[in-house]
Design a protein around this ligand. Structure first.
Ligand SMILES: NC(=O)CCC(=O)C(=O)O
Length: 266
């Protein structure tokens, strides 16, 4: 299976519309890949809080339209990263869109863990509450977004729902790049799953981005890693390796504790 992670340079100089069109062209250039992945909030930038409101769009808004067409033009599964979604009946959401090769919406995922503690995304956006998996012909994809990476229980939930390939769209800052790489490998090892982690490059809203998108195999080996700048990271991987790893080293079968485990307080 061939995946292309598009590590987009998100900067304040380029307009949202120009970036949308530029990214659509990049997606079209990936014809031949099975899966193309974009980063989190690449229209505005994950830290461009002002833009969340001004650039928020309905689920089936301009980014949806352009990305649905790009997916069908290229004939690829497209994880189109996330958009600031305006729900007419609720708050804004950080929502990922996944399109099939015919340009149909296969899934959407509202980010569950919002970043910023008492500011930024954590106060400007609502939290999603549903885990999302998507069945591709070759593998079952589990969808997660950026800060979700710090919450292993979310990924374990995706694995329990059948996920074999964990796809993470992100806008991760350079300042915490060591966490990015370490956590991506940890999620792969503990879940015996592929991790495809696609971040942004450049600097927006004064926050330098980490870049260094990476693909990790179910044994925790980094198969490919991008540099700091805009880059298309293409990798061929064997989805059967998930079942092989889980069979040869069946640690997942040794799980003893679940949420229903009784707890005792002293
Ligand atoms: N956009 C994000 O979720 C940023 C997450 C982050 O910076 C971190 O977890 O560190």
């Amino acid at each position: 299976m061939r995946a292309s992670l598009l590590q987009i340079d998100v900067n304040d100089a380029e307009t949202v519309e120009s970036r949308r069109q530029r990214v659509a062209s990049l997606v079209r250039e990936q014809a031949g890949a099975d899966l193309v992945v974009l980063p989190e909030l690449w229209t505005t930038g994950a830290f461009a809080y002002e833009g969340f409101r001004t650039e928020a769009e309905p689920l089936e808004g301009p980014t949806y339209e352009v990305m649905a067409k790009a997916a069908s033009d290229a004939g690829v599964w497209l994880h189109a990263g996330s958009i600031p979604e305006r729900d007419p009946e609720g708050p804004l959401y950080n929502t990922s869109l996944v399109f099939s090769p015919s340009g149909e919406l296969a899934a959407s995922y509202r980010k569950i863990h919002r970043f910023g503690f008492d500011k930024g995304e954590a106060v400007l956006m609502g939290a999603g509450s549903e885990l999302v998996t998507v069945r591709l012909p070759e593998t079952v994809v589990g969808v997660a977004t950026c800060y979700d990476l710090r919450f292993p229980e979310l990924f374990r939930g995706l694995v329990d729902a059948g996920a074999e390939t964990l796809v993470l769209s992100a806008g991760w800052p350079e300042r915490r790049r060591s966490h990015w790489t370490l956590l991506a490998q940890a999620r792969a090892v503990e879940n015996q799953a592929y991790v495809l982690a696609c971040g942004t490059a450049g600097t927006h809203a004064g926050v330098a981005q980490a870049g260094h998108s990476l693909v990790v195999d179910p044994w925790g080996e980094v198969l490919a890693e991008a540099g700091a700048g805009e880059e298309v990271l293409t990798v061929d991987f064997d989805p059967a390796k998930v079942a092989d790893t889980r069979e040869q080293f069946p640690a997942l079968k040794d799980r003893l504790l679940g949420l229903d485990t009784p707890r005792r307080q002293a």
